[in-house]
Design a protein around this ligand. Sequence first.
Ligand code: FAD
Length: 465
Amino acid sequence: MQHAENEPRVYDYIIMGCGISALTAAKHLLDKNSVLILESYRVPGGNHQSHLIEGMEFDIGAICFNTTDEQFKHFPELLGSCIPKAVEVMKICTNGSLGQYPFDWHTEASSLSLAERMFCLASLLSCRFRKDRQDDARSYAQSRIGDFLYQRVGLDLYIKRLFGVDAADIDYDFALKRMQWLSRETSLRFRIGRFIRRQIKKIPPRGETVVRPPGGFGCYYEKALCRLRDEGVEFVFGEKALKIETAAGVTAVTTANRTHLAKKLISTIPLDEASGLCGLPETNLPTVTLLSLFVALRGSWLPDCSILYNFHKFGNWKRITVHSDFYPGPGSYDKHCTVEITVPAGMMPTAPADAFADVEAHLRAMKIIEGELVLIGSSELRNAYPIPEKGFKARRDAAIARLASKDVICLGRQGKFEYIPHSNVAAKETITTLEKALEPAELPQQREPAVVELRTELPPLPVAT
Ligand SMILES: Cc1cc2nc3c(=O)[nH]c(=O)nc-3n(C[C@H](O)[C@H](O)[C@H](O)COP(=O)(O)OP(=O)(O)OC[C@H]3O[C@@H](n4cnc5c(N)ncnc54)[C@H](O)[C@@H]3O)c2cc1C
């Protein structure tokens, strides 16, 4: 759309946030619409964030992708820059031994006495055939594996570490949707089907695991931005939306610097924040704050894995990712890792030094590390992910409907208040939501996906800036 030199431009869409949901939405819209992306951070990628400290690269969370992920269909250049990597994932079991994640039937079941095995079977059968209504994540999980195994494998501890609340307070439909792996792994029909498919080699290829290239997520996502810029999308970084007003079919998004105008708005920012900016009632939906400790080790990391989950009774941490396995440091330490600790809604995070002391004591007690462990940095990420507490859906859906009445489409992990575990899901759900919300005339024509060659070697580490 042409606009006069001195008149402010009215975009067809302003997208708030610049994470994977916003980038996918922009790609989907740009054929037939003018688009501005407005982001409060100074770099793209949303909550995919990297920190460079003393020449070592740390990410928030454990970040790996699969070559078949949806986002790569829209941004083949991202896949082209990724590096194939076999990523070993393990967990500390409730008995302190190391096992496979999420279940290690062998380690967890082999130590059961005969009496315990009988008890386990009885508990499984009684939970499977229980008639009372399942209305939370705990009863869902118990219905699949029985109460005895549920506690034995530490699923209760894991859910508590993930969301900061008991599984009994987590929504049932959420569990059904997001814990499908539990249904699959405990379905006799699925396991027999999988066995037969394996025998006749009919398992479809699942693609390869890849990680981002060295240089941090900002540089990685810059490749997607280059393409979007070439195709007409505009970007504003370092400006936080402070107010949203709609009049005469035009929405004005005001930041500390200026006002941006659009016919429609897409929000990937936290649902409560978007509601507040539009002058709508806030819903106070709870979210997890993630405290990430960046630690370096002179000595040995003993498990044979790069990602370790904590299913043990003790230890405040949820997951450790050994980033030096993907991005070697300058050599002053043997390993560097990010340790994740969830802070329940409404609580203040523990001081990083105190949280670190707890982590270190636990890792030593579990014989996970040997040598000197040093805390070299930390980060506190608010709204890291939503807490799907029982009864959240009605409040969430009402807030999304109120925003829709103001021509705001909600997308993404915080935007839709959806526990989206992976960018593959974020990209898929973005497309589904847009196809439902938009007129066919606004949607792009189908194109053939590009074929991409993967890099096979790690390029040299870029110089720190
Ligand atoms: C701990 C953790 C681990 C993860 N692990 C993986 C993984 O292994 N693999 C994987 O593929 N994905 C992973 N993810 C990514 C995650 O699964 C989602 O795919 C992704 O974060 C969701 O992207 P999004 O675009 O919906 O939202 P976000 O990435 O949350 O983006 C929302 C953006 O809105 C911006 N914003 C907020 N308020 C305003 C405002 N007022 N004005 C302007 N902008 C604003 C924020 O700055 C943010 O950039 C992980 C994420 C986390 C937090």
